[in-house]
Design a protein around this ligand. Structure first.
Ligand code: NAI
Length: 367
């Protein structure tokens, strides 16, 4: 498929190719939809085998960012960039500074930060050339690790699920099976314990399993057993595609609510969950805490504000469940509908003149 055909099919506004031979830079920036605000999305560095693979990744991921921002009620659009190269061997100051200059040339239409293969040091190099980066260290006014905010948001989402499915206002005495005890999963397990839930967890990594077992005193099972745990809630906090043809028959939970991106292997698995009476919290709605954290950083970081805004995930999920019930559709489809409706309404609203522009983002007030 041609680039233009792919953009048209997925609704993209712009696709940008960045090249500086001397710095070894080859990057693709995809801007999906800026109806609500500047396109936000991380930059990924990966040794893509073909250029097509890199372009498809940028297109797919940027669209996902529009959905996440819109469902979270943020005034941000979706974008994503990929740098073609091996993060183990191809990184240099010149590469990230050259890339930073391309970002700067977009004048805030695209704001970026870390993604797979990129770390805070790389972002600091970009920051030498552009203001339009986030996920900076605390020393540069950044918000630090977003994982605790993501975990807090997931907890709010779980509460919405429990209210919907069991008519309960707390997680007390419920069992939650957490897959993945990484940055988000570990924080989430702690929050769940504090809320009185019983936590059963796993991780591929032996050290992390031990840390969870001895550090938190939670029950640990092997990675293969996690889907069979008789728990009210399954919280995928590791990799994507955990709901697939193989795992479906093992699921014993009533709710799936976790941080992992792209939890459904295919959209049809959302319908399968719906048919089986398993309430699914659409991933991009429940895991928006990390993005909310970045949004707050753009306006001047304040962790309390990030946590306060993440409480909104509870209400966002309630809206999704209302649509799902009203239309008798799976929750993943209901979430997509919520997003499409918000973008369409805001497009009309933006047509109304409200006087001279006021500063909103931190760079608009900087010298
Ligand atoms: P992480 O890399 O810190 O933790 C992931 C953990 O999952 C690792 O400990 C890994 O060993 C484990 N794992 C991987 N495959 C597994 C398997 N099959 N079974 C059991 N454990 C497995 O990542 P992090 O930051 O905690 O993120 C978790 C998920 O949430 C990812 O999918 C990420 O994309 C998503 N997410 C994270 C956000 C954040 O703020 N960190 C924000 C939004 C989404």
């Amino acid at each position: 498929m041609s680039c233009f055909a792919a953009m048209e099919k997925m609704g993209h506004e712009e696709l940008i190719f960045c090249r500086m031979k001397e710095a070894g830079l080859k990057a693709v920036i995809a801007i999906h939809d800026t109806t609500l605000g500047p396109a936000l999305g991380g930059t990924r560095m990966w040794p893509y085998e073909t250029e097509e693979e890199a372009i498809v990744d940028a297109l797919r991921l940027s669209r996902g960012m529009t959905f996440k921002a819109t469902a979270a009620g943020l005034n941000l659009g979706g974008g994503k960039a990929v740098i073609i190269g091996d993060p183990k061997s191809d990184k240099s100051e010149a590469l990230f500074r050259a890339y930073g200059r391309f970002i700067e040339s977009l004048k805030g239409r695209f704001i970026t930060g870390e993604d797979v293969g990129i770390d805070v040091n790389d972002v600091e190099y970009m920051f030498m050339e552009t203001r339009y980066v986030c996920g900076l260290s605390k020393a540069h006014g950044g918000g630090g690790d977003p994982a605790p905010v993501t975990a807090f948001g997931v907890l709010q989402g779980m509460k919405a699920c429990v209210a919907e499915r069991f008519g309960k206002s707390s997680l007390k005495d419920l069992t939650v099976a957490v897959q993945g005890l990484g940055s988000v999963g570990f924080s989430l397990a702690k929050l769940l314990q504090a809320d009185g839930a019983r936590v059963v967890a796993t991780d591929l990594d032996e050290e992390r399993r031990q840390h969870g077992g001895s550090g938190l005193g939670i029950e640990i099972v092997s990675p293969e057993e996690i889907f069979d745990v008789p728990a009210e809630i399954l919280a995928p906090c590791a990799m994507g595609a955990v709901v697939n043809d193989h795992t479906l028959s093992h699921l014993r939970c009533k709710i799936i609510a976790g941080a992992a991106n792209n939890q459904l292997a295919e959209n049809r698995h959302g319908l399968e969950l719906h048919r089986r009476g398993i309430l699914y919290a659409p991933d991009y709605v429940i895991n928006a805490g990390g993005m909310i954290n970045v949004f707050v950083e753009l306006e001047g970081y304040d962790r309390d504000r990030a946590l306060r805004m993440s409480r909104g995930i509870f209400y966002n999920l309630r809206k999704v469940f209302q649509i799902a019930k009203r239309e008798n559709i799976p929750t993943n489809e209901a979430a997509d509908r919520l997003v499409e409706e918000r973008i369409a309404t805001m497009r009309h609203l933006k047509g109304m003149y409200t006087g001279p522009h006021q500063n909103r983002y931190r760079w608009e007030t900087r010298p």
